[in-house]
Design a protein around this ligand. Structure first.
Ligand SMILES: [Fe+2]
Ligand SMILES: [Fe+2]
Length: 264
């Protein structure tokens, strides 16, 4: 099976690019499963009901997220009722929603999608993501060999550690959160497709999706700033992974950067 994975969707430009580019790409490349990180989909920070629904109806099968998922309060109850939107699994017990989802399609394909958050240089003191994935695999991994893991983290070392830790136990481990695509995609010896960060879907000539001047001013002044999503050329970034659905082993991983041109 073929899996399309897209990095953090940033605000309206990112959502629009997903809406216009994903379905044609899925048809052309015969993609079976689309996983999209939605943590920045609403105004560049957080995900609200409208943006989650928009991404799901644009062709995303499963939405992952990260530290910003809690920004919009309305998403708390939505997380409890919409299992296709994940929050990092290693938040303390009692957090709304879930960090894993068993996807299935009408052709009999299935996959377990897991979302965890790293602890190095991250704002929240979450539980151990490594043991958390172990537990999810133990409890929910029996009936599907295809496992896709979004490791939402800042530190490249922690993301690499997760890739190697899960080598041979996951079909794909991909990093999100930094919004900058890395060029280290590969198949690890045990058959796990890995990339440190898939990048973002949003304005490219920006600073990780935000207006450049505002971010630079923030660094210069060290004073709080209200950040706005940039108006710039938009790209869709991610990877396409080929997975043998019987063994769960990845056969290939290809980096993706599609330019989006406004249609009006
Ligand atoms: Fe993000
Ligand atoms: Fe994040």
């Amino acid at each position: 099976m073929r899996v399309l994975i897209l990095g953090d969707v940033v605000g309206r430009p990112g959502r629009r690019a997903v809406r216009e580019l994903v379905q044609p790409y899925v048809n052309k490349e015969e993609i079976d499963l689309v996983v999209v990180n939605a943590e920045n989909a609403a105004g560049g920070m957080g995900v609200d009901v409208k943006s989650a629904e928009e991404l799901l109806s644009a062709g995303a099968d499963v939405l992952t997220s990260g530290n910003h998922v809690w920004k919009k309060k309305e998403i708390y109850s939505y997380l409890n009722g919409e299992p296709r939107l994940l929050r990092p699994a290693n938040f303390p017990e009692g957090a709304p929603g879930a960090g894993w989802y068993k996807w299935r399609n009408d052709r009999g394909l299935s996959a377990l999608i897991i979302n965890v958050q790293g602890r190095v240089f991250m704002p929240n003191h979450v539980d151990d993501p490594f043991r958390c994935v172990d537990r999810i695999l133990r409890e929910h991994g029996q009936h599907t060999s295809v496992v896709i893991v979004d490791m939402h983290a800042e530190a490249t070392s922690e993301k690499n550690a997760m890739g190697w830790y899960l080598d041979g136990r996951a079909s794909a481990v991909f990093g999100t959160h930094t919004h900058i695509q890395t060029a280290d995609e590969r198949i690890l010896p045990g058959g796990t497709a890995f990339i440190t960060d898939v990048g973002m879907c949003g304005p490219f000539d920006s600073i990780i999706g935000i207006e450049r001047e505002l971010v630079i001013e923030g660094f210069l002044s060290q004073l709080p700033r209200k950040f706005e999503v940039a108006e710039a050329n938009v790209v869709l970034q991610g990877v396409v992974v080929g997975v043998d659905e019987k063994s769960g082993r990845a056969s290939d991983i290809r980096r993706l950067r599609l330019a989006w041109e406004p249609s009006h």
